[in-house]
Ligand binder design. Structure first.
Ligand code: NAD
Ligand code: ZN
Length: 247
């Protein structure tokens, strides 16, 4: 009973209300590089520039080349055992997922499992194209952003539907996630460095409301100190082991 995974399973056994805060580590085993992990892209100072809203005005084409490359990879990605086990877990209680990931792998896992919990994309989605001027947004993977397409409605520049540094988070996703944090009995923090706010504030809200915090990450993070149970391991291994004990 002393193993962290056993303690986590005990917390999740009784149909609790759970907020899952997911970061890029959850998709790492699907071959999507993280920003700040061992192979973290943030080691490259260029990436910090390419993910800042100001760059859209100064170097749009270069920025769109980087995003378009990532959009084109989406079709080749598959959910990993961590995504699938997480969705299975969601069936066992009142679960809400707040993800910082801009891929669609949780939705793909939900389709595979045949169950879709509430999934809030705090940082938007790479599948979506949005007008930078009027906000007109639609799912479209075929559009080539490097060709600098414009909005049919207002002529404004089209961009990926993600949140850049220097921008606010989508209000609805943030509000629903914060509500889930406030009512959570348990908060699972998986694959996030806990460095990007306000996403990283959600586990803090849950903590202040008395939730039990469970971290799943191979490395220590900014949030490790406030977590009650820390499971050091990869999400693609830990989540299936955890789900097996509950589902
Ligand atoms: P981050 O890059 O800051 O941190 C990644 C974390 O994942 C690290 O703590 C690392 O130790 C952990 N990790 C690495 N491999 C793991 C594994 N197999 N299992 C569990 N954890 C693992 O990521 P973040 O906290 O999500 O912050 C990042 C920002 O990067 C967000 O704005 C997000 O939108 C963006 N981002 C998204 C994607 C994606 O959509 N898949 C990929 C890269 C970055
Ligand atoms: Zn427009």
């Amino acid at each position: 009973m002393n193993e962290p995974i056993e303690r986590a399973a005990a917390e999740l056994a009784d149909e609790p209300s759970v907020l899952v805060c997911a970061g890029s580590g959850l998709s790492a085993e699907s071959g999507v590089p993280t920003f700040r992990g061992d192979d973290g892209m943030f080691r490259d100072p260029d990436i910090a520039r390419l993910t800042h809203v100001q760059t859209f005005a100064s170097d749009r084409k270069e920025m769109m080349r980087w995003y378009q490359e990532r959009r084109e990879k989406l079709d080749t990605l598959q959910p990993n055992p961590g995504h699938l086990a997480l969705i299975e877990l969601c069936r066992t209680g009142d679960y809400t997922i707040a993800t910082q990931n801009v891929d669609h792998l949780l939705e793909a896992a939900a389709d595979e499992v045949g169950y879709r919990p509430p999934i809030h994309h705090l940082h938007g989605s790479l599948l979506v194209v949005r007008c930078h001027k009027c906000g007109n947004a639609f799912e479209d993977l075929s559009l080539d952003l490097v060709k600098l397409p414009t909005c049919e409605r207002c002529g404004g520049p089209l961009r990926p539907g993600v949140v850049w540094f220097g921008e606010s988070l989508p209000a609805d996703a943030l509000q629903k996630s914060a509500e889930a944090a406030e009512r959570a009995d348990v908060c699972i923090v998986v694959g996030t460095s806990g460095l990007v706010h306000p996403a990283a504030s959600l586990p803090q809200i849950a903590d202040q409301r008395g939730a039990t915090l469970i971290e799943i990450n191979p490395n220590p993070t900014e949030l490790s100190d406030i977590c009650d149970i820390v499971i050091r391991g990869k999400s693609g291994e830990v989540l299936p082991a955890l789900a097996e004990k509950i589902v």
